[in-house]
Design a protein. Structure first.
Length: 305
C-alpha cells in the first residue's frame, strides 16, 4: 500500500485529477486547516494560545522558474512579518526546490540568507525541509553555508536513509538545529531502511545522539514523529543520560495525533505543530497517507457516509 500511495504521489495524471474530487478535498482537511495563509494563521492563533510553538510551510516543490521562487520568498517574508505580531513568533520551514534549487543554487542561497536574517530580526527560525535523496547533498551544503552566518537556521534529516548517521556526525561540528523525521519518499533498499523496525531503530539512535548534543548546548532537537511511544522511549534514554525534557521538542503535523501531542506537552516535552497550507497539496498529502495506515483509514471514512 505504501508503494502504491507513493506512486500515486508522483503520477502526473492523478496529480491533476484527484485534487478536483470533493471527497479528496474533504479528506485532506484533517492535515491542513485550509489552502490560504489566513487559514494557517487562524489555526496558529489557537495553537499558540494553548502554549504550543508553530511552524508554517507553504506546500509546493520543484519550481521551474526563478520568478516563482521570488514569489515564494516574498510570501515567507510576509509570513515572518505577520508572525512577529503573535504572542509567539511563527517559525517557517521551506523546501529548497521551492526557492529555486533545481534552477539556480546561488539564487536559492540568497533567498534563504535573506529569510534567515529577517527571521533573526523577528526572533524566530528558518528551517530547511529535506526532500528526496538526490537533494540531500545540496541541502546539507546549503545548510552549512547558512549556518556559518546564522544561528537561527535548522535542517530536517530523515532517519530511514542509511547515510544519515554520517550526515549527523558531519553536522554536529557546526552546532545544528535538526528536525528528525523518519522519511516519506519512496527510496530503494540500497540507500534506505524499508522495514519499520529498522527505521525506528535508526531514528532512536540518531535522536539519542542529538539529545546528548542538545544537553551540552551543541544542538537543537525537534522530534518530528507522530509515534508517541517512540518519543517516550527516547525520553527514557535521555533522562538516564541527564537530558532534561525541555531539550526534547516534539514536532507534529497539524491534525495528526493532536491529543497525543497535548499529552506530551503536559508531560514536559516542548510541543510544536507544523501547519501546512497552499494549493499544491496533492503529493504532500499522498506521502502523509503512506506514512501511517491510520491516515488511510481516516481518508476512507470520508468516502463512506
Amino acid at each position: 500500500m505504501r508503494r502504491i500511495l507513493l506512486w500515486m504521489a508522483r503520477n502526473p495524471t492523478l496529480r491533476e485529477r484527484l485534487p478536483r474530487m470533493r471527497f479528496v478535498r474533504r479528506a485532506v482537511r484533517r492535515f491542513m486547516p485550509g489552502e490560504t495563509v489566513a487559514d494557517a494563521f487562524r489555526a496558529a492563533d489557537a495553537l499558540i494560545a494553548s502554549g504550543q510553538g508553530v511552524l508554517f510551510t507553504r506546500l509546493g516543490e520543484n519550481l521551474t522558474a526563478l520568478s516563482e521562487a521570488d514569489a515564494v520568498a516574498a510570501h515567507y517574508h510576509a509570513v515572518i512579518d505577520a508572525g512577529r505580531t503573535r504572542a509567539r513568533p511563527i517559525e517557517v520551514s521551506v523546501k529548497p526546490t521551492q526557492l529555486g534549487l533545481d534552477i539556480d543554487a546561488e539564487a536559492t542561497y540568497r533567498h534563504c540568507d535573506a529569510l534567515a536574517r529577517h527571521a533573526a530580526e523577528a526572533a524566530t527560525w528558518l528551517w530547511l525541509d529535506m526532500e528526496s535523496s538526490p537533494y540531500v547533498d545540496p541541502t546539507i551544503e546549503l545548510y552549512e553555508r547558512l549556518r556559518a552566518d546564522h544561528e537561527n537556521v535548522g535542517i530536517c534529516l530523515q532517519a530511514y536513509l542509511r547515510r544519515t548517521a554520517a550526515d549527523l556526525q558531519r553536522l554536529l561540528v557546526i552546532g545544528p538545529a535538526v528536525r528528525l523525521v523518519k522519511g516519506a519518499y519512496d527510496e530503494p533498499a540500497s540507500i534506505a531502511y524499508r522495514r519499520k523496525a529498522d527505521a525506528d531503530a535508526s531514528y532512536q539512535t540518531l535522536a539519542v545522539t542529538l539529545a546528548l548534543a542538545a544537553r551540552d548546548g551543541r544542538a537543537r532537537l525537534g522530534l518530528g514523529t507522530h509515534d508517541a511511544d517512540l518519543v517516550r522511549r527516547i525520553g527514557t534514554f535521555a533522562e538516564a543520560a541527564g537530558v532534561p525534557r525541555a531539550k526534547l521538542e516534539v514536532h507534529m503535523l497539524y491534525g495528526i495525533r493532536a491529543p497525543e501531542l497535548r499529552r506530551l506537552q503536559r508531560e514536559g516535552y516542548p510541543s510544536h505543530t507544523l501547519v501546512a497550507y497552499g494549493t499544491a497539496w496533492y503529493p504532500w498529502y499522498m506521502r502523509r497517507l503512506a506514512e501511517r495506515p491510520a491516515n488511510v483509514l481516516f481518508a476512507l471514512r470520508q468516502v463512506i457516509p
